[in-house]
Design a protein around this ligand. Structure first.
Ligand code: PHE
Ligand code: ZN
Length: 880
């Protein structure tokens, strides 16, 4: 474990390395406890660097067995080696061959970075700084090298030997051993290196690229699970086709392989030609995976594939530029999913995710710009801000330029920077060059943290036939950025007439308005539309054109009107969701008094109309009927949070909606019953989503538990089974129906850890003060393992991040369990521990009693000696 050294890495300190490594040849002799690695590095001193400059390579916990230059072993005085660094004091020439021998122990690697074992399979994870756990190297993304890799192992232990690029050679050796050689012709940074070896089952496929080249596709899974990889293979082929159609990007190697492993720190990894996946994002069939799992698999397969151009062919100059590959690739996978499924539904889901994960990050102690300026541990910057907000920033570029200029900019980006390690400045420049626009103010989206807010009020002057919008922007202070500059915010909008049709105007002044977008650039804009005779309703931030918050002074009547009539599907959903949020906040504050019932009744009536509106897609209706989550409500309230009060407010509104729509919801529930064979397509998934959402409401009415139990028993797929189980466990905790269903689920999926994760997850989410004890009991369940990231995230992660009343139990017991567990996980896997620890980032918004207890838990973690760099960084920033 790398303990914290207090070192801070700064963007402004970037400088190119003195040496380059144009070629890297690696030879692995695999063995669980003592893998022997020989690295032959072609080293070149960069032009203009003094001949006396030492060569300094990074390592991490390495044992050096030998070092030679151009075939001659180095004398002790020629170099300095520690586990974390190798310094060649006087490199002999401008160009030379450095030979390094190291020994590593994959079986003891529980951090899951570098070369490790998962389920007896050897695999690697090198992003961001894992390659230095394999050999000493210039382990930074601007060092691009051509790799040749030879892997050798006993045939019976590892019949399959994979690395990046194309296969070159393979053969048998003495003593039952064998080897394979792989060559990747594309220079790449070390973080994209990968090796996999073991006994795995294969699903084969092929794809013909747009220029007619045949690519061999392989998905490797645990033997016996091959039939669960069919959907992933289909998603891969669709991704390859889509990138050709949408971006003109063709695949560039003869093979493309994906390996699913059961121990993985993140979702998946885009290693060149050899993606390694968390098996959760590969394995699926109707019996084991929900519709949400299918959608995630499709999106992540696409995401990693799309990295081949955005990340691999063009990589990042340094880790500060992480969003250059991640934000852009998320944008690309979002567009892919929108094209494969329903664009409106996809957009709503994206915005919900952004608000649930990125907004609290941006509004709390861990806030950072999309392109950070400093870090202590880069692992902690794989965040919703870099990924999700990074994607929104790319989307805004497309919104501002229009789709054609955007595509021209992307083409120029690929043409200009192929084979390079680029920066955000390079990326923005291509769009300036193709459009002639100045994106200097826009670039603040990359450089300035915080969620901008727009305050908007409107007025209509019937006599003057003038409609006016007063818009004011502000960006709240964030850590180490107390003063903010004004941003360029593309605000999509529409003026909606009483007939639901767009209202036109004859002239507009006060801001640049083009193509339905108001370009906000100053602190205040008074935007005057003339020739508007009738007072319109104003629909703002249509399609969520900018990742901002809005404070709109608007009458509830206008919101109800937009929730029923806005032609922009996103904004229509938003209007209803805002009404729900307002009602929930009002209930929380107990200020509605007699009016509360009226407002709730009106909402319930509209909910019924949306539920039954056949003109709307079922998936859309399901999203509209889903109440804002407890954490969403807490975020909008902002401070003094008492999760129990929020829970009560939400329950009450759900009941009101259920009671008001009892008959209609029952009829809808019956009419949506599954007919015909299962299909994971978006339309079928949408019908299941709507039916299960309606079930959730109906379960609140008398007889609800037995209805949910019938749904559970009749379920013919995991989506329905898991939904019913969640309804029973969360709404009817402790009832015989809930206990029976939990036991039946456990018995049915005993031995299938991935499916049991759902069972852990549902139980970790049960609201109320008893769940903390239940989580302690489940941690001793035979299927639970503190060493496996998926198990930890399902049980502990869900409890801490998705169970407001359970985790924030008033006596602080939830925080105690949490702190203990984070420290326990950290001993093995600092990266996963640090990510888990971010669950307390919003502690300052809690009411004083809970706030003090949460702080206590954080302080206890901070006081532990020798914390990992990962955890210390999170804990100290959270407390700062
Ligand atoms: N680069 C991976 C992705 O987003 C994420 C990842 C980061 C995986 C670090 C492992 C380690 O596609
Ligand atoms: Zn990515």
């Amino acid at each position: 474990m790398r303990t914290d050294t207090g070192q801070v890495f700064k963007l402004e300190d970037y400088r190119p390395s003195d040496y380059l490594i144009p070629a890297t040849s690696l030879d692995f002799r695999l063995s669980p406890d003592a893998t022997h690695v020989t690295a032959l590095l072609t080293i070149e001193r960069r032009e203009g660097v003094a001949a006396t400059a030492p060569l300094v390579l990074e390592g991490d916990g390495l044992t050096l067995l030998g070092v030679a230059i151009d075939g001659h072993a180095l004398a002790a005085g020629d170099y300095e080696a520690t586990p974390d660094r190798l310094m060649i004091l006087k490199p002999p020439a401008q160009r030379f061959e450095l030979r390094l021998e190291t020994e590593i122990a994959p079986s003891r690697n529980e951090a899951l970075m570098g070369l490790y074992r998962s389920n007896n399979v050897y695999c690697t994870q090198c992003e961001a700084e894992g390659f230095r756990r394999i050999t000493y190297f210039l382990d930074r993304p601007d060092i691009l090298s051509v790799y040749t890799v030879r892997v050798e192992a006993p045939h019976n232990e590892a019949p399959l030997l994979l690395s990046n690029g194309n296969p070159v050679e393979r053969g048998a050796l003495a003593n039952g051993r064998h080897y394979a050689v792989w060559h990747d012709p594309f220079p790449k940074p070390s973080y994209l290196f990968a090796l996999v070896a073991g006994a795995l089952g294969k699903v084969a496929g092929s794809f013909t690229t747009m220029s007619g080249r045949e690519v061999e596709l392989g998905i490797y899974v645990e033997p016996g699970k091959e039939r669960l990889a069919g959907y992933a293979m289909d998603a891969l082929k669709r991704s390859m086709k889509w990138d050709e159609d949408a971006f003109g990007r063709e695949y560039d190697l003869d093979v493309f392989n994906i390996v699913a492993v059961s121990d993985f720190n993140m979702g998946a990894m885009e290693n060149k030609g050899l993606n390694v996946f968390n098996d959760k994002y590969v394995l699926a069939d109707e019996e084991t995976a929900t519709d949400a799992d299918f959608a995630n698999i499709e999106a992540i397969i696409a995401h990693e594939y799309f990295h081949n151009w955005t990340g691999n062919r063009i990589t990042c100059r340094d880790w500060f530029q992480l969003c250059l590959k991640e934000g852009l690739t998320v944008y690309r996978d979002h567009e892919f999913s929108a094209d494969q499924r329903s664009r409106a539904v996809k957009r709503i889901a994206e915005v919900r995710t952004l608000r649930a994960h990125q907004f609290p990050e941006d509004q709390g102690p861990l806030a950072h710009p999309v392109r950070p300026r400093r870090y202590r541990e880069i692992n902690n910057f794989y965040t919703a801000t870099v990924y999700e907000k990074g994607s929104e920033v790319v989307r805004m570029i497309c919104t501002i330029l229009g789709p054609e200029a955007f595509r021209a900019g992307m083409d120029l980006y690929f043409e200009r920077h192929d084979g390079e390690a680029a920066t955000i400045e390079d990326f923005l420049k291509v769009f300036e060059d193709v459009s002639g626009r100045d994106l200097a103010q826009f670039a603040l989206w990359y450089h300035q943290a915080g969620t901008p807010n727009l305050t908007v009020s409107s007025a209509h002057n019937a006599a003057a036939r003038e409609f006016t919008l007063e818009i004011e922007q502000s960006v709240p202070p964030t850590p180490s950025e107390s003063r903010k500059r004004l941003m360029h915010i593309p605000l999509a909008f529409g003026l909606v007439g009483a007939d639901g049709k767009p209202v036109t105007w004859t002239a507009v002044e006060g801001a640049t308005v083009d193509d339905g977008i108001i370009h906000i650039r100053r602190r205040r804009h008074t935007v005057r539309f003339s020739g508007v005779s009738e007072r319109p309703s104003v629909s703002l931030n249509r399609g969520f054109s900018a990742p901002i918050t809005l404070s709109v002074q608007q009458k509830a009547d206008d919101q109800f009107f937009l929730a029923a009539h806005d032609s922009d599907a996103f904004s229509r959903w938003q209007a209803f969701n805002t009404l729900l949020t307002d009602a929930l906040i009002a209930a929380f504050r107990q200020i509605l008094g007699g009016k509360q019932a009226v407002f709730a009744a009106r909402l319930a009536e509209l909910a019924g109309r949306i539920a039954g509106d056949e003109a709307l897609e079922p998936a859309y209706r399901a999203l509209a009927l889903t109440l804002p989550g407890e954490a969403d409500i807490a975020r909008d309230i902002g401070k003094g949070i008492d999760p129990d009060a929020i829970f009560a407010a939400r329950e009450a509104l759900a009941r009101t909606i259920a009671e008001a729509n009892r008959d209609a919801f029952s009829a809808l529930y019956d009419s949506l019953a599954d007919k015909g064979p299962f299909s994971p397509d978006a339309a079928s998934a949408g019908r299941r989503a709507l039916r299960n959402t309606v079930l959730d409401y109906l379960s609140l009415l008398p007889g609800g538990a037995s209805l949910a139990a019938r749904h559970f028993n009749a379920a013919s797929n995991m989506t329905d089974r898991a939904a019913a189980l969640a309804v029973l466990a969360l709404r009817h905790s402790g009832t015989a129906e809930a206990e029976e269903a939990l036991a039946a689920f456990e018995a049915r999926y005993r031995g299938d850890a991935l499916v049991l994760d759902k069972w852990f997850q549902i139980q970790a989410g049960v609201p109320g003060e008893r769940t903390v004890d239940k989580v302690r009991v489940l941690m001793r369940h035979p299927a639970f393992s503190i060493a496996n990231p998926n198990r930890v995230r399902s049980l502990i992660g869900t409890f801490a991040s998705a169970n407001q009343t359970g985790f924030h139990r008033a006596d602080g017991e939830g925080y105690r369990l949490f702190a203990e567990t984070v420290l326990e996980v950290e001993k093995r896997n600092p990266q996963v521990a640090a990510r888990l620890a971010t669950a307390l980032r919003s502690w300052r918004s809690l009411e004083p009693g809970r706030q003090a207890k949460a702080k206590q838990a954080l302080l206890e973690m901070a006081q532990v000696e020798n914390l990992s760099a990962d955890l210390r960084d999170i804990v100290e920033r959270t407390l700062a």
